[in-house]
Design a protein around this ligand. Structure first.
Ligand code: WTA
Length: 632
């Protein structure tokens, strides 16, 4: 594999090349892919627009690079190994040949249902192989997929359908998760009552639970593919045609649709996958994320499959039927690279080492972490008890917007340091700026993490609202892409991510905008005003703490707290349910009426000794009242 780095010297060498001559650096990597027409120009860009184009006028189809490209060399190699929720249910293996057939057939079925190039398709489905098949079938015909995590509520789903004006939903009857059976189709039905662009819903039968099938709209997956040909000619796509939209939370109330395009995303996810995980042909790789998040897109589906890898997909949860499940799966499928989130590690760590001990884990070569800062204690536990001290641990930093991993050790090549994402991949030009936007040069500095040069898998826009993309990412520090993260570069030039510096909190590796949660809380009729902050949580990384002013008439505190939690679950989904709700008589505000979140964050973390000067507040007395209410 020409784009694979093998040594630390090689890393520094490639890094230099990527900065001195980025266009040649990326052209060389892109040349190993199948293009229907080669690009005219590698890169056209400015960050003012922003307007970024990679592989200008290149023509391709990403699925030809996943399927046809691998058929001759390793058509019989497993592409996907699917491990069901129930360990007694038989697992499913799809070879590249089989995946090719299934994708082509489903692509034809989608076309027959009236979906074509440029149409938006919502995929709201649990972790089953059909999730990947549906994504690839969209890419095959040039439809733009938008996967919505199957834990989101009907309201969240409907908001996304409306925002992207989707034509089709691909879903399932239900979802198996641990010992629960969760309705999925019923949520779609509810979402469709408040949106009106969907023409067809394709429903996969997974749990067999009872569902309503609406005449003329709903069609079973198995009926849709019945007798449909497995031959399909891939749609010709431009490098900059949309591949997918993925909604993510930011510091404003409404999630935004991050847009990724075909050419650059293809190159970068494959390149980063091979290098970070040091994947060798024949290895079995497993990422435990859900396809509803960017990690599932880039490192279960696109990156590994573009690299011709075997990618394990798991339907269930880490603690079912017992907290040894992850390790049982590693041994069962002889997993070589294992990629998970710190929150999962901390949750399993809480059970001690006993559930890990029965398993050999000897197949593991590389272990990885993603989604939030990994604390040193979890890092060591993961490294010692899962990696047995011999597997390099890659702490990978990236975002929905970056499309792929930007900062990470290359497994076994870059020396690691606990809790450090270490160094940028070649091709990634980081910078740290202070709050005034001055670049902080040299080592031992700390500030806002920015990127000063485009990389192929960066977001191109936020769907339907380019101005929002500009405001959110390119305006805080003009000339740079701003990540929203704080970072430290230590004396060795290693990067350590310090967490978000905006109003985004990271709950179990899921991004939540505090404003989004507040908006949901405020929907409760008894709520007057609310303020949401994150606080340190042993397992989740950050928990959600809501301060709420309520009209208490006719309600007890407990009943209101329960109702508010329910409201948030209904509007966003269980992942946004506040961990703590404190009913307060008021909120600390500046004289201009802005909520002083800094103070609320300190109280939520129990750090009341360092509240700072509160005398300039509009209502200084309220701070004492809130402290008392919090039991501090
Ligand atoms: C955080 C997930 C520290 C960060 C791929 C970022 C991390 C946000 C790490 C993006 C890491 C992700 N160390 N923090 N290794 N990885 N983050 O869009 O705050 O769901 O901005 O993408 O997660 O979350 P997103």
């Amino acid at each position: 594999m020409s784009d694979r780095i093998h040594s630390l010297g090689g890393y520094f060498h490639e890094y230099q090349k990527s900065v001195q001559d980025p266009e040649n650096f990326w052209a060389r990597i892109a040349d190993s892919f199948h293009w229907q027409k080669r690009w005219d120009k590698v890169l056209d860009w400015n960050f003012e627009g922003p307007d970024v184009k990679w592989f200008v006028n290149g023509k391709l189809n990403i699925t030809e690079n996943i399927l046809e490209r691998h058929l001759f060399t390793h058509g019989d190699k497993p592409a996907i190994i699917w491990e069901p929720n129930d360990p007694n249910e038989i697992h499913v293996t799809l070879t590249y040949k089989q995946l090719h057939e299934k994708v082509c057939q489903f692509a034809n079925a989608m076309k027959a249902q009236g979906v074509g190039k440029g149409d938006r398709v919502i995929i709201y489905i649990p972790m089953v192989p059909e999730a990947a098949i549906a994504m690839l079938a969209c890419a095959r015909i040039g439809a733009v997929h938008s996967v919505v995590f199957a834990g989101f509520s009907a309201t969240s789903l409907s908001d996304r359908i409306i925002d992207c004006q989707a034509k089709m939903v691909i879903t399932s009857d239900g979802n198996f998760r641990g010992n629960k059976q969760i309705p999925v189709k019923a949520v779609v039905d509810e979402a469709l009552t408040t949106s009106d662009t969907i023409e067809k819903v394709i429903v996969l039968k997974r749990t067999g639970q009872e569902v309503t099938m609406n005449e003329g709209v709903d069609i079973w997956w198995h009926d849709a593919i019945e007798g449909v040909s497995t031959h399909n000619i891939a749609e010709v796509m431009d490098s900059e045609d949309l591949l997918f939209i993925l909604y993510t939370s930011g510091s404003t109330g409404k999630p935004k649709g991050v847009v990724h395009t075909c050419g650059g995303y293809m190159i970068y996810t494959s390149y980063s996958f091979k290098n970070v995980f040091q994947y060798d042909q024949g290895d079995v790789y497993w990422c435990t994320a859900d396809v509803g998040w960017i990690t599932g897109h880039s490192y279960i589906v696109y990156g590994p499959l573009l690299a011709g890898a075997t990618s394990v997909m798991f339907e269930g949860v880490p603690t079912y039927p017992d907290p040894g499940r992850f390790w049982a799966i590693c041994d069962k499928h002889k997993v070589n690279q294992f990629y998970t989130a710190p929150t999962a590690i901390r949750a399993l760590q809480a059970f001690g080492t006993e559930p890990v001990e029965p398993y050999s884990l000897e197949s593991l070569k590389v272990i990885g972490s993603v989604g939030e800062p990994i604390n040193e204690e979890a890092w060591h536990w993961y490294h010692d008890h899962v990696g047995k001290g011999r597997c390099p641990l890659v702490d990978t930093w990236w975002q929905t917007e970056t499309g792929g991993i930007l900062i990470s050790p290359l497994a076994g090549i870059t020396p690691t340091k606990p809790a450090y994402a270490t160094l940028p991949l070649p091709g990634v030009q980081l910078t740290i700026v202070d709050n005034e936007g001055n670049e902080l040069k040299g080592n031992s500095v700390q500030g806002n993490l920015c990127i000063k040069f485009p990389w192929p898998s960066m977001l191109r826009t936020t769907y339907g609202d380019h101005e929002r993309c500009k405001q959110t990412y390119f305006s805080s520090f003009p000339g740079y892409y701003f990540t929203g993260d704080g970072v430290k570069r230590d004396e060795d030039g290693y990067y350590r991510i310090l967490g978000r510096v905006d109003d985004v909190i990271n709950v179990s590796g899921h991004r939540m905008g505090t404003a989004e949660v507040e908006n949901a809380i405020n929907e409760h009729p008894k709520v007057v005003e609310s303020a949401v902050v994150g606080y340190p949580h042993d397992i989740k990384g950050q928990g959600i703490y809501a301060y709420v002013i309520c009209d208490m008439e006719g309600r007890s505190e407990e009943s209101l707290q329960a109702e508010i939690k329910q409201t948030v679950t209904k509007i966003i989904g269980p992942i946004a349910r506040p961990d703590k709700i404190q009913i307060v008589p008021g909120l600390p505000k500046t004289r201009s009426g802005k909520i002083m979140r800094r103070i609320l964050r300190k109280i939520a973390s129990g750090e009341v000794d360092s509240l700072g000067d509160t005398s300039t507040l509009l209502n200084p007395d309220i701070v004492e009242a809130i402290k008392t209410g919090a039991g501090l």
